[in-house]
Design a binder for this molecule. Structure first.
Ligand code: G4P
Length: 525
């Protein structure tokens, strides 16, 4: 198969949700329908079990398992589908943000009883920033759910994206009957006995079939009324608007019961985008370019403390990646080749000879790679669109064992390259500040420094509300700001200026007083 056909048949996406909405269940069911697994429960998911919040070792162990499910590839209808897993635990949201930089589209799962929740809102912001096409799956219709129109209004309002239902539910909870598939104009009926395999499916009948009443009474009239309303309220589905990230097709179902999953998958393979062009600081990269380019979006540490090696996940952006071929690691200027690059097919990890745009390749790393690193066939490129986001929690990190100063510095450095947390250095006193999105990371860092690097650290509290990357065309104002806010200024790991606002009030005051300075909550703007 030629490069173009290989690229065109690839669909690389992530499923995102607020914890407990059903992401893990839906992922598993998609694998089941895709024939990648044969019984439910076969996938050890990236999900961190409830109650594990105080036990970070358990979380690290489960994250170890998750290396295998970081990418789940399978073939479906001639397409190569790559699902990129994202951690369910909110404290690892930064991992999820980065994974979103490597996908071409996203499926958002929403619990139909709860509607849009915080985590969904945050993740959608990242999708909006990148104009990622999104599909919405309202899950758990087998339980009492909110009104479908209400749910869709909430998505439009809170996630700031237009929607278009491509399926519509018939009742919910104990009286849930099924969904009308607007994409194919047919009715899928729900039988409530739990289905754990992809067999023994739904009855398909059209809306004008006289048997309709027999199946969905007393909801026949209500369904017809709702469908009229759908046609009246929503514009017809526009794939181009979906691909621009402006319109989200909406589906309803119950992942645990396999219901609505096949409809979602069928539609996904028809409308979801194949690999799209990516941006570098130098020029846009078209996936069809013959030369290989790619970037590292995630690094996973080995769980064995005796081996400090890691797996770097490389997203191929153009050309063909080949085993044992020399590539330029742009940041270091070194040529590198990989004798055992791995690909991930459902549960199996295997060494591959070739990989194409849209694919994710696992590279063995002995501590040389950083998130965002670019590989090329010689061209000096740096991929953009892999920003750091302002952390939410901050603490000073101090050396607790003066003998191990070097080990601590190295450990902090490597953990930051891996993206475990962000490091800021205070301009005034040179103290190191760790910023994270979840409290757990502080424990993870402390534990890993001790066990992998033999270093000890302790934390001290610091009052910071947000880290803002700043820029301005007004040099005078910038100099004045830096002078007045010297105590609150820090450098990020790339040496960029960051303003650490103590409180939201201090931030709005600064924004008011220094109108020519732009305050950004991500490191790329
Ligand atoms: P997450 O990855 O988004 O965090 O969610 P996950 O799939 O683990 O689902 C969270 C809980 O919701 C699980 O129950 C799961 O079985 C349940 N669930 C998922 N889809 C549906 C659905 O369509 N209907 C209903 N009624 N429940 C659903 P749990 O009790 O927390 O875990 P488990 O013991 O069942 O694994």
């Amino acid at each position: 198969m030629d490069l173009r056909s290989e690229i065109d048949r690839r669909r690389t996406f992530a499923i995102i949700s607020h914890p407990d909405a059903g992401k893990t269940t839906l992922t598993e069911k998609l694998l089941l329908f895709g024939g990648a697994i044969h019984v439910a429960g076969a996938v050890k998911s990236n999900k961190i079990k409830k109650g594990a919040t105080s036990d970070f070792m358990e979380i690290e162990r489960q994250r170890g398992i998750s290396v295998a499910t970081s990418v789940m590839g399978f073939e479906y209808n001639g397409q190569k589908i790559n699902i990129l897993d994202t951690p369910g635990h909110e404290d690892f949201a930064e991992d999820t943000y980065r994974t979103l930089t490597a996908v071409d589209s996203v499926i958002i799962v929403i619990d139909s009883a709860k509607g849009v929740e915080t985590q969904t809102r945050k993740l959608m912001e990242v999708c909006r920033m990148r104009k990622t096409p999104v599909m919405v799956f309202f899950n758990k219709l087998d339980r009492p759910a909110r009104d479908p129109f209400d749910l869709m209004d909430e998505v439009e309002r809170e996630l700031k994206i237009r929607v278009r239902p491509l399926a519509f539910p018939i009742s919910d909870g104990p009286t849930f009957k099924g969904v009308y598939n607007l994409y194919e104009d047919r009715l899928s009926l729900f039988f409530s006995e739990s289905r754990q395999t992809a067999e023994g499916e739904v009855v398909d009948i059209t809306l004008d079939d006289p048997r309709l009443d027999q199946y969905i009474a007393p909801f026949t009239d209500k369904l017809k009324e709702n469908l009229e309303l759908v046609e009246g309220v929503y514009d017809p589905f526009d794939r181009e608007a979906y691909l621009r990230g402006e319109l989200a097709p909406v589906f309803f179902g119950s992942a645990i019961n396999n219901f609505g999953v096949q409809e979602l998958l069928e539609c996904f393979v028809r409308i979801a985008p194949s690999p799209r062009p990516s941006m570098t600081e130098q020029r846009p990269i078209d996936p069809y370019e013959p030369k290989m380019t790619g970037f590292v979006f995630k690094i996973h540490a080995n769980m064995d403390p005796n081996h400090r090696d890691r797996i770097a996940f490389l997203k191929i952006c153009s050309g063909v990646f080949e085993r044992n071929k020399n590539y330029l690691h742009v940041r270091s200027g070194k040529q590198m080749k990989f004798s055992a690059p791995t690909a991930f097919m459902a549960e199996k990890k295997s060494v591959i000879d070739f990989a194409y745009p849209g694919d994710i390749v696992g590279l063995h790393d002995t501590g040389n790679f950083k998130i965002g690193d670019t590989f090329t066939e010689g061209e000096q490129l740096k991929f953009t669109g892999i920003p750091s986001f302002s952390p939410e929690l901050f603490r000073y990190i101090e050396n607790a064992d003066p003998q191990k100063f070097k080990q601590l510095a190295k450990g902090i450095d490597q953990l930051m390259d891996e993206g475990v947390a962000q490091l800021f250095v205070n301009r005034m006193n040179g103290r190191k500040i760790i910023g994270t999105v979840g409290a757990l990371q502080f424990e993870v860092i402390q534990y890993r420094l001790e066990h992998e690097y033999g270093a000890k650290c302790r934390y001290e509290p610091i009052q910071i509300y947000k880290a803002c990357w700043i820029e301005s065309d007004n040099r005078e104002q910038m100099a004045d700001f830096m002078k007045r806010k010297y105590n609150n200024m820090a450098l990020d790991k790339h040496g960029r200026d960051v303003f650490l606002a103590d409180t939201s009030y201090a931030l709005s005051l600064a924004q008011e007083k220094f109108p020519d300075i732009r305050f950004h909550f991500t490191s790329e703007f």
